[in-house]
Design a binder for this molecule. Structure first.
Ligand code: A2P
Length: 269
């Protein structure tokens, strides 16, 4: 893929990533990742908690594509926090993926999943994890570091207490879920927003709202939504296990939505 964003540390990141959330470990994850690489994706997004790092890693290897041509992201489980714990978890992810460095490592969530507190209680633990991220970054084991599901308040605390500013915040973001405050904060601080569930996990594809527009551009609704995300300056991470859809979701660089259509889909105020 020849479309890139440049992160705040100068690293280039392919402008669409293949999302692997909810693709089970085994042949499904292996085949889908291999299909994505064959289709031209050069950015694969996984996470320890998805449970599919091993299959993703096998597909990376079997694709025959040079390591340095693929941008690989994984995430530190939300349930693992702390300096030593993070170093250990990183080592496991690298081993699962069969890699000797990562392109992007993210703290997956502010607080462990299934916990009731508001998340701010966990910021000291996140800062300790971040210190491990900084060490791995400085050693060249990770080319860029970031977070996921952080709100502006969490980002502020992290930035105030660290040497290296996050390069990415990966958040749930599609036309029917637009967290404007978070978007503004990240834009002002040069933190790239990656959009997970850019198709609202498939839930908004069937409705009437986008059907006519898709027809007008000669594209599918999925392509319209992915293009909207890209044109807003976000980095969409569409997921699919279907080869035709995998190909379709990357084919969004040959048309441009008008400003009116962009606003109709979802205006960012
Ligand atoms: P499938 O994996 O069977 O193709 P999101 O990226 O927002 O998480 O959305 C993923 C969901 O959308 C999955 O259920 C996926 O199903 C479906 N999907 C992905 N791409 C397309 C597409 N181009 N057309 C229709 N459905 C799609």
């Amino acid at each position: 893929m020849s479309y890139f964003y440049t992160l705040n540390n100068g690293v280039k990141i392919p402008a669409i990533g293949f999302g692997t959330w909810q693709i089970p470990e085994g042949e499904l994850a292996y085949n889908a990742t291999l299909a994505a690489l064959k289709a031209g994706y050069r950015h694969i997004d996984t996470a320890m908690v998805y449970g599919n790092e091993k299959s993703v890693g096998r597909a990376l290897k079997d694709s025959g594509i040079k390591r340095e041509e693929i941008f690989v992201t994984t995430k530190l489980s939300a349930n693992i926090k702390g300096y030593e714990e993070t170093l250990e978890e990183f080592r496991k992810s690298l081993e699962n993926l069969g890699l000797d460095y990562l392109d992007l490592y993210l703290i997956h969530n502010v607080k462990p999943w299934g916990v009731d507190s508001d998340g701010y209680d966990y910021m000291n633990a996140n800062i300790a994890s971040w210190q491990a991220f900084e060490k791995l970054y400085e050693e060249g084991k990770i080319r860029s570091i970031g977070v996921s599901n952080f709100l502006p308040g969490h980002l502020k605390i992290l930035i105030e207490n660290s040497k290296v500013k996050p390069m990415v915040n990966q958040i749930r973001l599609h036309p029917e879920h637009i967290p404007t405050e978070n978007i503004s904060f990240c834009n002002e601080n040069d933190i790239l927003i990656e959009a997970y569930s850019p198709l609202a996990t498939g839930k908004i594809l069937a409705g009437e709202k986008y059907a006519e527009m898709a027809k007008k551009y000669g594209k599918s609704v999925a392509q319209i939504l992915i293009r909207w995300s890209y044109q807003q300056g976000f980095l969409p991470l569409p997921k699919s296990v279907n080869e035709d859809r995998i190909i379709e979701n990357l084919d969004i660089f040959d048309f441009e939505l008008t400003p009116e259509d962009m606003d109709y889909i979802g205006k960012i105020v």
